[in-house]
Ligand binder design. Structure first.
Ligand code: AMP
Length: 614
């Protein structure tokens, strides 16, 4: 039997009012009053709670405009709620800000007037969100020690030393997230912008604030990482704060105020070119002193502030910054062309290479010409230069025992800033932007009959240049060999195949080397064949391919050679012809590739120190 359904009237009778029709005008009125109620409730809530949460908290992924170190707006806090962290207190930025309370930036109108007070509750979900936000979403005062650790990891920044006996790293200034956050003057900041450097590179992020605190720095970074700007910018900041009277009336023309030492002429010229860009914008002068140039020209340049003729650069003060190679600088000191009595800022670039090239004794002699801490403390120089001790900076791609020794002799409790896993010895970082390829060939001893290994190599070289040129018509190519005669022979062979090229090696005069480099830079021709003279410091972003026609006998040199490509954020390729005669570098190469997360080729993978030597 089926039950009849209960009538709707009966169902609604007791508990529900019957639906009635409400006209449109009445419905509008009701909506209006609901809206009013909502608004009143909201106003009530905002009068009793803080407004920073609604206004100042950046959304995830939003880039907060950076604010200066020294102007966070502290917020007064009521005693009502107590601020707690639920993690290690040492991670709290309060230690950085010399206050026991956390300060939050205020962006709200009321807060700008300093009228808003608020206490912070760590359990508040909004605040938790803020604490756990990425550093890109935070303003400077909001950065916790944990954020800095994450930041340093993201840029592979590592610090060592510098803390005296206890090695207390808390003395270190934090790295810079944005250019605006570092204490460089407005004109310097403007020059950085004008030159198109939108963000600092990792070595710049870490070493600039450290140098600006007048701490000695050892910068360990891969080649092409922006080291030059990392030491140039603090030099300009230093020059900027020297007593104006001294600069205007007392400085002798041949008294540089900063000295940059480089191992090779090429690198010295390159540093000078980069310094010149800043000098012309900031009103200073730079002169390079390297072998192969006429002393007369150097004297004129010093007299004219960087120009050979009648220059007025540097306000007629003569030279402010000298960039030079050790040998020629010593000669120039002997001839009284320059004197270093007021030179309290020393940079040694590619220090490892200077040692390799046998400049150690020259370095010691040169540094003996520089003024010391005593000069600063016992004469008026301390007041003129606003320094307690001479600034000593050293940049190197690798750390070796000799470098450590040099550091101990001349640097004052330095801070080591290492980018990536550069730990020295067998080279630094396996350069991330470079695809490292290898052509493993039979040794010349085991190859029998024609075609010879050399002709196989030459054929392969020609083919790969042609193929690279087809796919990358605008790219430059550098081919390295170990000997001058190999460079010259290769050059002729390539010429014969219509692959025109220029060469650089030790038997070429300075003028020829500079001309070859200029031609190569302007893609006319686009192939350079060179020995290791060109392996360091040459900075030409368009180099897309490096070929090691012969593997270098020193592993560090391999790192420097391939570092000519993949520069300034570009990608590059290196191709190395290698065979069992190169066994002395196999172990370092294997470690280097493994550490850098690169593919280890099969022949190298199979290698262990006993198999090949037997
Ligand atoms: P370096 O390691 O000093 O030889 O610099 C390598 C290249 O990076 C040079 O071409 C510089 O002009 C370029 N460079 C340096 N700093 C920056 C930066 N912050 N942003 C972009 N490029 C840079």
């Amino acid at each position: 039997m089926s039950k009849r359904p209960i009538p709707i009237d009966k169902l609604l009778k007791d508990d529900f009012a019957k639906p009635t029709f409400i006209p449109k005008s009445k419905r509008a009125k009701a909506a209006e009053s609901r809206e009013l109620e909502k608004r009143q409730a909201k106003e009530k809530a905002s009068s009793t709670s803080s407004s920073w949460r609604h206004t100042s908290k950046p959304r995830r992924g939003e880039l907060v405009p950076p604010i200066q170190h020294n102007d966070p707006t502290p917020i007064k806090k009521s005693a009502r709620r107590k601020f707690q962290f639920d993690w290690d207190e040492s991670e709290d930025t309060t230690t950085m800000m010399q206050t026991s309370r956390r300060m939050l930036p205020s962006l709200d109108d009321d807060e700008e007037n300093g009228t808003t007070t608020d206490e912070v509750d760590a359990n508040d979900p909004l605040l938790k969100d803020e604490l756990s936000g990425h550093w890109t979403t935070k303003q400077l005062p909001q950065m916790t020690e944990r954020d800095w650790r994450i930041f340093n990891e993201e840029f592979s920044i590592n610090y060592r030393g510098g803390g005296g006996n206890g090695g207390n790293k808390r003395d270190l200034p934090h790295a810079i997230r944005y250019w605006q956050e570092c204490d460089l003057s407005k004109p310097i900041q403007q020059s950085i912008q004008d030159l198109g450097y939108t963000t600092p590179t990792p070595i710049q992020r870490a070493s600039i604030p450290t140098s600006l605190k007048y701490r000695d720095v050892v910068g360990v970074a891969e080649t092409g990482s922006g080291k030059t700007l990392a030491y140039l910018l603090p030099i300009f900041q230093y020059l900027d704060q020297i007593d104006a009277n001294f600069m205007q009336f007392e400085k002798a023309k041949n008294e540089p105020l900063a000295l940059i030492l480089a191992p090779t002429r090429e690198l010295a010229l390159q540093i000078t070119a980069q310094a010149e860009k800043l000098c012309t914008r900031l009103g200073y002068s730079v002169v390079s002193i390297i072998g192969g140039h006429q002393y007369r020209d150097t004297i004129d340049e010093i007299e004219n502030g960087g120009d050979k003729e009648n220059g007025t650069r540097g306000g007629g003060r003569g030279v402010d910054i000298i960039v030079g190679t050790p040998g020629r600088l010593l000669d120039s000191l002997d001839r009284n062309i320059i004197n270093f009595q007021k030179c309290y800022y020393l940079v040694m670039d590619e220090a490892d290479r200077m040692i390799d090239l046998g400049f150690e004794r020259d370095l010691h002699k040169l540094i003996a010409h520089l003024p010391t801490q005593d000069n600063l403390q016992q004469t008026i120089d301390g007041k003129i230069f606003h320094l307690n001790q001479r600034m000593n900076l050293m940049f190197t791609a690798t750390i070796s025992p000799t470098i450590e020794k040099l550091t101990k002799s001349y640097l004052n409790n330095p801070i080591y800033v290492t980018i990536g896993t550069s730990t020295g010895g067998s080279g630094g970082e396996a350069l991330a932007n470079i695809d490292q390829k290898f052509e493993y060939l039979q040794t010349s001893k085991t190859a029998s009959g024609p075609p010879t290994v050399e002709s196989i190599k030459l054929n392969k070289l020609v083919k790969l240049i042609q193929s690279h040129k087809r796919t990358n018509p605008d790219s430059l190519i550098i081919i390295f060999a170990n000997f001058k005669y190999v460079v010259e022979t290769l050059s002729e062979e390539l010429d014969a195949k219509q692959l025109s090229n220029v060469t650089i090696h030790g038997s070429k005069s300075q003028g020829q080397r500079e001309l070859a480099l200029e031609q190569f830079k302007s893609h006319n021709p686009s192939i350079l064949v060179a020995t290791d003279v060109a392996a360091r410091g040459i900075d030409i972003p368009q180099v897309g391919l490096v070929v090691n026609y012969q593997m270098s006998h020193k592993f560090d040199e391999y790192v420097h050679r391939i570092g000519r490509t993949g520069r300034a954020g570009n990608f590059g390729t290196s191709i190395t012809f290698i065979n069992d005669d190169d066994v002395s570098v196999f172990s370092d190469l294997k470690k280097f590739l493994t550490r850098g997360g690169k593919k280890v080729p099969d022949w190298l993978y199979r290698y262990n120190s006993t198999t090949i030597r037997e």
